[in-house]
Write a protein of this length. Structure first.
Length: 671
């Protein structure tokens, strides 16, 4: 990964190439799967919905056309609000209509189309496929081009800028509970002229610190745009900001937490008089469209080379030309007149909506959106004094540029020791090296404050990660330093043997060594792995935790492999219990975490467990108890895992399931 760029041309060439590689890979993978996989299989995987019925569902903001697709026994699906979908009736083709999921219910989804949809997408037998959104890639490219105009920021981004500070007056903290490192981060963020990084290891209150920095900048008169890569992180910012500043959430309201809907642009705009006038116009437009469609559309088949003005003239003169009957000429003329009325009203409606939106955005102290939405038409003409980016270490550099080019100063929060952005193309793998990480490496301590007091977990759970990834500088707050399951009002149950030791409250960190007795396996055609033996151990431990009175919502099960996630969900059959990949638990925490490492083989092959950032995330989600299950002989081939097991033996318990341990000793009860 390049740290420095000699000029903008080199920077532009480097990232535009990576963006295009990632774009092509995403589209290729999506289309290949659609072509090679049956519709039923894609539906089972959650990436298609078959045999739905399409019906009109009114209009959305900006005059989009809404179509509702429903059926009985609606399948579980990955398709979510904001996703791009491909609509097919018969053959699935990439040229088919594409829309954006606007709303999702128990037995339906609503899709928004920018252009008036053809009858093709209505009626029975419709198939919906999750498709690739090209809009984010376009916004990345646009931001990349626009960066050349940001002469104050450009040298910084290229890695050749001069780091300077501004003087600030004495400040009063709005959050009086901030610790010393958090206060230092806020002060340094205010002093920074162009760029500052808040490095927040697990549980150290990164977002809390970022929110205080945002409020302070507003207090000093700055206009702020705050973004993150995910909707969940943006909502978290809005929730923390709403009591301190006037915050407006921009983005699809169906992707926003319900409790925050009153802060969304779509909600607020309804009360503006211009918007109400626009809605009346859209109603009029709908009626005009219905009337227009009763007449003959002047296609080339009917025009026979005639322009609109010629058709209107000939209609008034009641003349037949080029074999076009007079009644057809008059019908086309009526279609043209109505179309002109529709265009005028659409233009006026959009102008009115634009004025209503502009009023709300101007009143806002802080606008919150995802990185991608920062490049939307809604914010096209908005500029800001300061750009704040949360989850910056989970955003590719081109993604962070989308909001960055709208401001003069950047403050990013993240932790490059945790998960990187997801990049699908091997040829674009340099995108996993984020702007946050690159700036950290180029400018170092001049622009970084690391938060060093954590409020999440027992110190013994924290300390391995602290030593391995953060140089031992993280301390535990007294309120969590020695927390265990004993602090909770749980039942005392008698459990003998290794399971009793694993559940003992004082053993806050446990490693259960399967000793090679539970080998990994692969499903036919899958590149992932599963381990039924480890799944059985997880199941038995959870049964006991439930017997102790643990709430399913307080327990998390983490495994690096998707096939093991699927296997565990079937095995455990408990909807309230979260079972996710490591990526799904980033930023989360639970009272108890169980980790199934899966890999167990004679080769000592641990695959992508070698990505130690995943390990760091997995082992720092637990507050009171961490139970890890794996084959020590396989995992210990990697020195970091060997150190983890050794650390656990010194600070918790390593429990060995010896050679004569039989799989059927584990009960196969259903939870």
């Amino acid at each position: 990964m390049k740290l420095h760029f000699k000029d903008f041309e080199e920077y532009y060439s480097y990232f535009s190439r990576l963006i295009e590689r990632e774009r092509r890979e995403e589209i290729s993978q999506c289309l290949n799967e659609i072509r090679r996989m049956s519709g039923k299989k894609r539906e089972k995987l959650g990436r298609a919905i078959l045999n739905v019925r399409g019906s009109r569902a009114g209009r959305g903001l900006g005059g989009t056309y809404l179509v509702k697709y429903s059926r009985e026994n609606f399948p579980k699906t990955e398709i979510s609000v904001g996703d791009i979908v491909l609509i097919s009736k018969g053959k699935v083709d990439e040229k088919n209509p594409k829309g954006t999921v606007y709303q999702k219910g128990k037995n339906y989804i609503v899709v928004a189309f920018n252009d008036r949809p053809s009858r093709y997408i209505y009626g029975k037998g419709i198939r919906i496929d999750l498709y690739v959104s090209d809009i984010t890639f376009k916004r990345m490219k646009d931001a990349l081009k626009y960066l050349s105009q940001k002469q104050d920021l450009l040298p910084i981004i290229l890695g050749r800028g001069k780091i300077e500070k501004e003087k600030i007056g004495r400040i009063k903290f709005f959050n009086g509970m901030l610790n010393a490192s958090q206060r230092n981060a806020v002060i340094k963020a205010l002093q920074a002229e162009r760029i500052f990084l808040i490095h927040g290891p697990p549980g150290t209150g990164k977002t809390t610190t970022l929110v205080e920095a945002i409020v302070q900048h507003v207090h000093f008169g700055h206009r702020v745009l705050a973004t993150a890569d995910s909707n969940v992180a943006v909502d978290n910012l809005v929730d923390n900001l709403k009591n301190f500043v006037n915050v407006v959430r921009v983005g699809n309201p169906a992707r926003v937490t319900k409790s925050l809907l009153e802060h969304t642009l779509d909600y607020l705009v309804q009360f503006e008089p211009e918007y109400k006038k626009a809605q009346k116009l859209w109603d009029e437009i709908e009626k005009l469209v219905e009337e227009r469609d009763t007449y003959i559309r002047p296609t080339q088949q009917w025009r026979r080379g005639l322009g609109d003005d010629e058709i209107l003239y000939l209609s008034r003169a009641r003349r037949s030309v080029r074999g076009i009957p007079v009644d057809v000429m008059e019908s086309m003329a009526k279609w043209i007149r109505l179309e002109k009325k529709i265009e005028e009203k659409v233009k006026k409606a959009r102008e009115l909506e634009g004025k209503a939106v502009e009023k709300i955005l101007k009143r806002a102290d802080v606008i919150c959106a995802t990185n991608s939405t920062a490049g939307s038409e809604v914010l096209e003409n908005c500029q800001f004094d300061v750009i704040f980016i949360d989850e910056a270490t989970q955003s590719t550099e081109p993604s962070t540029l989308i909001p960055i080019v709208k401001g003069n100063k950047i403050i990013m929060a993240g932790d490059h020791k945790q998960l990187p952005p997801t990049v699908m193309s091997f040829e674009a793998r340099e995108l996993t090296h984020t702007l946050f990480e690159r700036m950290h490496e180029v400018y170092g301590h001049k622009i970084v404050e690391i938060l060093n007091l954590q409020y999440r977990m027992n110190e013994r759970i924290m300390n391995f990660s602290n030593r391995e990834f953060y140089g031992g500088i993280i301390k535990s707050h007294e309120s969590v330093k020695n927390i265990t399951l004993e602090d909770l009002d749980l039942k005392k149950i008698t459990v003998k043997g290794w399971m009793g030791e694993a559940l003992e409250a004082q053993n806050v960190i446990v490693f259960i060594d399967t000793c090679g007795n539970m080998p990994e396996r692969q499903r036919r055609g899958s590149t992932s792995y599963e381990n039924p033996g480890e799944a059985k151990i997880v199941k038995e431990l959870i049964i006991k935790l439930f017997e102790m009175g643990m709430d399913p919502g307080d327990i998390g099960v983490i495994t690096p492999y998707d096939d093991q996630v699927d296997y565990l969900r079937v095995c455990l059959n408990e909807d309230l219990l979260e079972i996710k990949s490591v990526d799904g638990f980033q930023g989360r925490e639970k009272e108890v975490i169980l980790i199934s490492f899966v890999r167990s083989n004679s080769r000592g092959d641990i695959g992508f467990l070698e990505d130690l950032r995943r390990l760091n995330v997995a082992i720092t989600r637990a507050k009171r108890k961490l139970i890890m299950i794996g084959d020590a002989s396989t995992l210990s081939k990697h020195p970091t895992y060997a150190r983890l097991i050794n650390y656990t033996s010194l600070n918790g318990k390593v429990l060995s399931l010896c050679d004569d341990f039989r799989h059927d000793e584990l009960q196969s009860r259903r939870i």
